[in-house]
Ligand binder design. Structure first.
Ligand SMILES: Cc1cc2nc3c(=O)[nH]c(=O)nc-3n(C[C@H](O)[C@H](O)[C@H](O)COP(=O)(O)OP(=O)(O)OC[C@H]3O[C@@H](n4cnc5c(N)ncnc54)[C@H](O)[C@@H]3O)c2cc1C
Length: 395
């Protein structure tokens, strides 16, 4: 094959997690040739499969950060577009952040104010008394002193969602190359030359005008391929246990959180869409990239302790499944890093997409399109198919 015969795309998205999937679908709305290159043989096998599956209302991120802005916009886009168009399991599920002492109660007041600053409406948030908490969730730890109710959170299945995003991109003309680990990127004249190795150790080459780096924990490695050191990443692993459906009766219908500023972000007991109960996650700093989905026996016990703090009567021994995932955190900003590379403005990094990345995904995708639009003319397809019914992309 001569170099000119390698397939050429306007944009190659590296990584088929929820972020890469969302970006590919958004790009497929325009007259662009789009490809997704994914190392695994199935989409959504990394962090996008190892999370709590909550579309957060948006009160938790620090006001003024990129992730506060994109969480709120992202959640609205779920409600106005994705829930209608993408045919994936989801359910509005109110959340309660629980306070067990006066210090934690003060944090609830802060979170309430922060929520309003972030743009939530007053009717989406309410401070609950102890009695109100127990009326809503009678099996809660009786030491609860107050709660913060948020009515605009949702449970979603992030793996099916990612499959649907990719499927939608494919229906609208994008190409998907699974089992292709990107190993090098070079710039030749005006084009990127992307090399990947497939599962048969065969080297594939693609050409592209734009690269979108959505490689999760490996976004720094991909950026390093063009000597970009604009950001660096660290990891924080979270392990979960899933309790059998027999434990579902212990929760009424709320996602129950510990105070994030005190107990670590996102610690929950929550009803799952399939009728089981999700408990976790832990927060383990600095795990190796290849261990980001590892389960350890010692943390298995710790997760049970978390669960019983929230609902003492939960029979955590009735665990039927375990899993983990790790947040990919931008060391420099502790915020999402969505920017054109200082080495090449047509290489766009979408990195450090820790929580609430799932909630923000639709807005992250729009942000990326905005960066592309500032560099090239984008014309919308007149025949973009918004709704997805089938199952094309599932591996
Ligand atoms: C414990 C935990 C709980 C969370 N809970 C929530 C929550 O409830 N709500 C919320 O909003 N967010 C939550 N998040 C955050 C959310 O899960 C992430 O923001 C999101 O999944 C990140 O998606 P991603 O596509 O960037 O990364 P990933 O899903 O990791 O996708 C990156 C993809 O890039 C691929 N890749 C890597 N290197 C290469 C290469 N060389 N070549 C080709 N492909 C490559 C990988 O195989 C992978 O498929 C949570 C995260 C964790 C860890």
């Amino acid at each position: 094959m001569t170099a000119e015969e390698f397939p050429i795309f306007d944009a190659i998205v590296i990584g088929a997690g929820v972020i890469g999937g969302a970006i590919a679908r958004e790009l497929a709305k325009y007259n662009l040739q789009v490809a997704i290159v994914e190392r695994n043989l199935r989409v959504a096998q990394e962090t996008s499969a190892g999370n709590s599956g909550v579309v957060h209302g948006g009160f938790d991120p620090t006001p003024g950060t990129v992730n506060a802005r994109l969480n709120l916009l992202g959640r609205h886009l779920y409600e106005t577009e994705w829930f209608k168009e993408l045919n994936f399991p989801h359910r509005n599920c109110h959340s309660i952040v629980l306070a067990f002492n006066d210090v934690e109660k003060k944090e609830l007041d802060k979170l309430y104010d922060q929520g309003l600053t972030n743009g939530l409406k007053r009717n989406e948030l309410e401070i609950l008394t102890r009695e109100q908490c127990l009326a809503l969730e009678p099996n809660l730890n009786a030491k609860v002193v107050a709660g913060l109710l948020c009515t605009s959170s949702h449970s979603v299945d992030p793996v099916i969602l990612t499959n649907k995003l990719v499927e939608s991109a494919l229906v609208n003309g994008a190409r998907l190359f699974l089992g292709n680990a990107v190993t090098s990127i070079a710039k030749i004249a005006d084009e990127f030359r992307v090399e990947s190795t497939n599962q048969h150790a065969r080297v594939e080459t693609y050409r592209a005008r734009f690269i979108i780096n959505a490689a999760g924990h490996y976004a720094d490695v991909i950026a390093g391929m063009i000597k970009d050191k604009d950001f660096s990443l660290r990891t924080r692993r979270g392990q979960y246990r899933i309790l059998e459906k027999t434990e579902r009766y212990m929760i009424n219908d709320h996602i129950l959180f510990m105070v994030p500023t005190i107990h670590g972000k996102g610690v929950i007991v929550a009803p799952m869409l399939d009728g089981r109960v999700l408990v976790g996650p832990t927060a383990e700093e600095g795990v190796a990239k290849e261990d980001t989905r590892l389960i350890t026996i010692e943390k298995f016990e710790e997760v049970a302790v978390i669960a019983k703090k929230i609902i003492p009567g939960l029979r955590t021994e009735r665990t039927c499944f375990v899993f983990s995932g790790s947040r990919s955190i931008c060391v420099e900003t502790d915020d999402f890093w969505i920017a054109a590379s200082s080495k090449d403005k047509r290489f766009i990094n979408v990195a450090g997409i820790a929580s609430p990345g799932l909630s923000s995904a639709p807005a992250v995708a729009r942000e990326v399109v905005g960066i592309l639009r500032s560099q090239t003319e984008l014309t919308e397809k007149t025949n973009f198919v918004r709704e997805v019914i089938g199952d094309q992309a599932r591996g």
